[in-house]
Design a protein around this ligand. Structure first.
Ligand SMILES: [Mg+2]
Length: 257
């Protein structure tokens, strides 16, 4: 297969499975770089700061800088900082997301009358008082946006309810509709990735294990796409979706074959 100038590469299920590298992932990434390609890693998870993903990749033997990693919190913060600098937000999310938003110059408030955007995310501290504040803020005219819209997050031994459950609770009581999502399959994620890579869509290969987010996002943005079978999508499941990747690979190691 062709070598691309830029690769936008998913992490979980593509480069590693929890703490274990996919066999050949490291060698492949290093060889692609050696050949002159750039690689940006992406994750939809807003639970950890980007520095955690960067530290994990370094620990697993893949040298990366902070700016080689993007996640849904970062993409949301960057987008809001451009579209609505200094906007006042009420956030249903965890501390790393709050830190990312503050770093981008956005303001966090719990006063429903001040809130311009309600930000829904994966939040393991979600509780009725947060729902009530979000409800009042949206009644006051705040926009509803989210880091990601995944129903569940795969973890060792099972799954956890993800941001979709928080979004659903807010939509349920307000009748509001989510206005936009930063994470995959959103255009925002791929645009931040392409800017980082410094390439046009046709010079980028999106590599991921989830057909309805990774592959869909790449197709909609005009990049090439590769589905790897080391994560959540099996060949049987692939047939249930209307998206067809350019390449279906047993693993990321096949990028060089
Ligand atoms: Mg994945």
């Amino acid at each position: 297969m062709r070598r691309y100038p830029g690769y936008l590469c998913d992490l979980d299920g593509t480069v590693y499975l929890s703490e274990r590298l996919i066999p050949g992932a490291r060698e492949t990434i290093l060889a692609l770089r050696e050949a002159g390609s750039r690689i940006v890693f992406m994750s939809n998870k807003p639970l950890q700061p980007r520095s955690d993903y960067a530290a994990k990749l370094n620990r697993l033997g893949i040298p990366v800088e902070l700016d080689d990693v993007i996640n849904s919190s970062y993409v949301l913060a960057q987008h809001l900082a451009r579209e609505a600098p200094g906007a006042r937000l009420f956030v249903l999310g965890e501390p790393p997301l709050l830190a990312e938003l503050r770093d981008a110059g956005l303001k966090i408030t719990n006063d429903p009358a001040e809130v311009e955007y309600v930000v829904a995310a994966f939040d393991r501290t979600f509780a009725y008082d947060k729902l009530y504040t979000a409800f009042l803020a949206i009644r006051h005219g705040a926009h509803l946006i989210a880091t990601n819209a995944d129903r569940t997050c795969p973890v060792e031994g099972g799954e956890l309810p993800d941001a979709a459950s928080v979004i659903g609770a807010i939509e349920g009581c307000t009748g509001a509709k989510l206005e936009w999502v930063a994470g995959k399959p959103s255009r925002m994620m791929v645009e931040v990735g392409l800017r980082r890579l410094g390439v046009q869509p046709h010079d980028c290969l999106v590599v991921g294990d989830r057909i309805e987010t990774d592959v869909r996002m790449g197709i909609e943005a005009g990049t090439a796409t590769a589905l790897v079978l080391t994560g959540v999508t099996s060949p049987v499941k692939m047939a249930e979706f209307p998206y067809r990747p350019d390449y279906v690979l047993d693993s990321i190691a096949d990028l060089l074959r």
